[in-house]
Write a protein that binds this ligand. Structure first.
Ligand SMILES: [Zn+2]
Length: 137
């Protein structure tokens, strides 16, 4: 089986997200000067142009915004069907993140979702989103 592509976990702009994922946390990037949420994360604030940013953990909870089911396999590491979800963080409503679910789960708009963390390779953990009522951890 071909390995799934991995994120660049040590990127200076997004590395804080992946460091948090390794700890089993969801984190957002915030300007240390004015408090603006920076999503997509970057090293300079789009509001005040401050260059000090900080990562802060938020609740690993979200609501389902959209999803699509992939029926045609485009990568050998991702057998079909699978579902790509887009969620909006409960504690940071402007931050939307994507996730992967196997199969065709029963989903409804705005349903509560929670993060699950999976170590893809040593040192790199992925964040996926599942319905809050699912027993899977
Ligand atoms: Zn700022």
């Amino acid at each position: 089986m071909t390995s799934a592509p991995l994120p660049v976990a040590d990127n200076p702009d997004t590395g804080g997200f992946w460091a948090a994922a390794r700890r089993g946390e969801v984190a957002v990037c915030r300007c240390a000067r004015c408090g603006e949420l920076l999503h997509l994360p970057r090293g300079i604030c789009h509001r005040c142009h401050g260059t000090r940013v900080a990562w802060e953990a938020v609740a690993p909870r979200a609501r389902l915004v959209a999803w699509t089911v992939a029926e045609h396999q485009v990568h050998p590491a991702f057998p079909v069907p699978y579902t790509v979800v887009l969620v909006e963080l409960r504690d940071a409503p402007r931050v939307r993140l994507a996730g992967h679910l196997p199969g065709r789960p029963a989903l409804v708009p705005d349903m509560p979702m929670r993060a699950v963390f999976r170590e893809a390779v040593p040192g790199v953990s992925l964040v996926d989103w599942i319905p809050e009522t699912t027993d899977v951890t």
